[in-house]
Design a protein around this ligand. Structure first.
Ligand code: TGC
Ligand code: FAD
Length: 390
């Protein structure tokens, strides 16, 4: 029998071009050096101590805002960006989050909706990692329903005054710039807020048992005065933030498969080495059934991600397709991690192995960027034409 690559038993890699494989391999190499030796400790400590150094190294490789054009961004394809997300999340979902929030949320918002001055001021520094961004949409009382947000921006002469609170904001404490969405007399608008602005603070959120190698904060806006040109000039309404979420959700479609691949690889290796009843547990039919199902779902998930990536590069992908991808791939990644955990027995709950870390991280990934229910209803709305939200 010909030997197969157990991490790619159906040859999905054959659908990638040489340049795409080179992008993937360079991200994989950087993560192996910069993240993998340390990430379990960061997770255990509930911190990301070297976030600035990581951002700078990612910037050197062109990973920050890598699918954006101009202003120092790498201008890579959606598939390249997806492959990068998969490698980053194979290291840790928190590391992919750092890059998602920077590139797909904060930078994308400024690139798509910002004025020329806002782009020139922030994007080149964000692309190198010198400046870190965050994206404030969720509030304590408004998560799935951001349209009801209470954060408010009012005029004072030509200035804006922002008051309100955002919650669960990735990178908040370490950010140099926050893209904040607030209600105004003209509906929801986006604001570019330097985090040094008086009245702005970002108290860190503690007690997370998921995504621990990631900094999560509240954003407190207490009479933050901004000049007239701090607002995104054109975009009004939820369309603004949701256009950014499409980008980040797309990255998660790939990223989740990275976390799942890492858990699968750990389980496969463990099953080959661990002996019970005088033989490797990989020889038991029930273990093989688990591994076969995991490999099949990994393959399905990667195919869906690649399909959506090719459609995104062709300008054809629609939001409900991204909902389908996030819905499927995060749920399947969680299943894979949970099954991997059982194969490792008691070792499955130890941070000596990556499995429980990925599994608990994915609980956050299931909820953020639209919960499973939000994506089910978004897909349901597209299928039936009936809006179940309102
Ligand atoms: P709805 O009436 O559906 O839409 C309002 C306006 O938005 C437009 N729209 C979209 N535009 C672009 N992309 C999309 N995916 C869009 N979906 C809707 C829509 O056409 C409409 O435009 P217009 O011009 O007609 O006004 O709004 P709704 O209030 O019914 O809400 C729909 C719903 C529930 C799907 C939406 O609110 C939603 O997606 N909620 C989930 C919120 C969410 O995902 N929050 C994520 C916060 S950020 C985060 O989690 C970062 S995690 C860190 C990391 O990524 O690592
Ligand atoms: P809720 O909206 O209160 O939902 C609670 C439950 O009710 C869920 O199961 C939900 O699906 C369900 N539900 C709600 N509405 C319906 C409905 N109509 N039908 C059926 N069920 C429904 N946000 C940001 O803005 N920026 C960030 O950087 C960011 N980073 C995050 C990092 C982490 C680690 C986490 C955990 C979250 C982060 N978030 C961020 C917030 C995240 O986007 C929200 O948690 C998410 O949108 C869900 O909102 P919620 O937690 O308020 O839950």
């Amino acid at each position: 029998m010909t030997a197969i690559d157990p991490l790619d038993p159906a040859g999905v890699d054959d659908m990638l071009g040489a340049d795409e494989k080179a992008v993937r391999d360079s991200v994989r190499r950087l993560c192996a050096e910069l993240i993998d030796p340390y990430v379990a400790t960061w997770f255990e400590d509930g911190d990301l101590p070297s976030v600035r150094e990581i951002a700078t190294e990612f910037g050197k490789l062109g990973l920050l805002g890598m699918h954006l054009e101009g202003y120092g961004c790498a201008g890579m394809s959606a598939v390249d960006y997806g492959l990068a997300c998969m490698e980053l999340e194979a290291s840790d979902s928190g590391i992919r989050s750092l890059v998602s929030v920077q590139g797909s949320l904060a930078m994308f918002a400024i690139r798509r909706h910002g004025s020329e001055e806002q782009r020139r001021e922030w994007l080149p520094r964000m692309a190198t990692g010198e400046a870190i961004g965050c994206f404030g949409l969720t509030e304590p009382d408004h998560g799935s329903d951001p349209g009801s947000m209470r954060t408010r921006a009012r005029r004072d002469g030509s200035d804006w005054i922002l008051d309100g609170r955002k919650m669960w904001i990735t990178n908040g404490l370490v950010a140099d710039v926050a893209v904040v969405w607030a209600n105004t007399e003209e509906g929801i608008r986006g604001f570019v807020v330097p985090t040094t602005a008086p009245g702005f603070s970002a108290p860190v959120m503690k007690h997370k048992l998921s995504l621990r190698a990631s900094i999560t904060s509240e954003l407190v806006l207490d009479g933050v005065r901004l000049p007239a040109d701090a607002a995104f000039p054109e975009v009004r309404g939820l369309r603004g933030p949701l256009s950014c979420l499409n980008e980040a959700r797309y990255g998660i479609v790939w990223g989740a498969m990275g976390a799942a691949r890492s858990a699968f690889a750990a389980a496969l290796e463990y099953a080959g080495q661990r002996e019970q009843f005088g033989r490797p547990i990989a020889g038991f039919q029930l273990t093989q059934a688990k591994l076969a199902r995991m490999a099949t779902e990994l393959t399905n998930g990667r195919l869906l991600a690649l399909h959506l990536g090719r459609r995104k590069d062709a300008g054809a992908v629609r939001p409900h397709e991204i909902s389908m991808g996030k819905l499927n791939n995060v749920a399947k990644a969680l299943d894979i991690c949970r099954t991997a955990r059982t194969i490792l027995g008691a070792n499955g709950v130890s941070l000596e192995y990556p499995v429980i870390r990925h599994m608990t991280n994915l609980e956050s990934v299931l909820t953020y960027e639209g919960t499973e229910e939000v994506h089910l209803l978004t897909l349901g709305r597209a299928l039936t034409g009936q809006n179940a939200f309102h």
